[in-house]
Design a binder for this molecule. Structure first.
Ligand SMILES: [Zn+2]
Length: 268
């Protein structure tokens, strides 16, 4: 069985120091390719650097480059050209993580909107897919995406945690949907269970968002308390159960979907 983890924050300090062992465990668990998440200009550079350092084959590790809404206050007149340079690197496969987070509001909302719109403009210019983050901001996100969608090749709403109307809004715009171990959380993820079957198989991808969102159903629990790509199978199990599919079939579908979305090579 082959799986692809579309969101690994490998440049996060808690993972970067033990990255080689972590990748070995991921490969042993069938996670054959990973997309490292870039969340700021410096983290995006670091993620790309980790792709080069840790994957001599150039076939297994890829990254995104972008500025997260939490960091949107740092977006200035130079950001777009700095980001464009990173996006032309061959291992960088999507613009992002970019988006809106009206839940934590770490950056002022007008700054979040500006950074998002300028990153969407870059995706249009370079004809690259977009890796989107949205929390408690689906209405504004949908308004902005409607302006850009016709000119964008593809976009994934990563770590979808919203309600049915938001999901249908994104699917109506022909977006892809990323699902994390949020669905394994009995305190806040159960509203997603009846929605999982509504996501078309060619629009659904799986992610750990490691080191965050350790699946609460995972046994035994790792002593570190941290999530890692090797645990993607737990997300697969939970999603397959609620879609009424075999894990095998869902793995094949989500892997094919991620490979097409990020234009990844086939691994034999
Ligand atoms: Zn995110």
């Amino acid at each position: 069985m082959q799986l692809i983890d579309i969101a690994v924050n490998l440049s996060h300090p808690s993972l970067a120091s033990q990255a080689p062992e972590l990748l070995e465990r991921a490969y042993a668990a069938g996670v054959c390719q990973m997309i490292l998440t870039g969340t700021s200009l410096s983290e995006s550079r670091e993620s790309l650097e980790l792709c080069h350092q840790l994957d001599a084959s150039g076939q297994r590790l890829f990254s995104t480059a972008g500025v997260h809404p939490h960091d949107a206050a740092s977006w200035d007149g130079n950001s777009s050209s700095a980001l464009r340079a990173l996006l032309t690197e061959s291992q960088v496969r999507a613009v992002g993580e970019c988006g809106l987070d009206f839940d934590r509001d770490f950056s002022p909302r007008p700054a979040q909107v500006r950074a998002l719109e300028e990153q969407l403009a870059l995706a249009v210019e370079l004809q690259m897919p977009v890796f989107l983050h949205e929390r408690n901001a689906s209405q504004r996100m949908l308004e902005i995406l409607r302006e850009f969608r016709d000119r964008l090749p593809a976009a994934v709403l990563h770590c979808f945690t919203g309600e049915r109307c938001a999901l249908y809004g994104y699917l109506d715009l022909d977006l892809h949907i990323g699902i994390t171990g949020w669905v394994c959380d009995e305190r806040r993820g159960t509203h997603l269970h009846p929605l999982l079957g509504d996501i078309p198989a060619n629009r659904l991808m799986l992610e750990t968002d490691a080191p965050f969102l350790l699946p609460r159903t995972l046994r035994p629990k790792p002593r570190s308390g941290r999530n890692e790509p090797a645990f993607l199978g737990e997300v697969l199990r939970e999603v397959a159960r609620h879609r009424g599919q075999s894990e095998q079939t869902l793995a094949q579908q989500t892997t094919a979907c991620a490979r097409a979305f990020f234009t990844l090579p086939t691994i034999l």
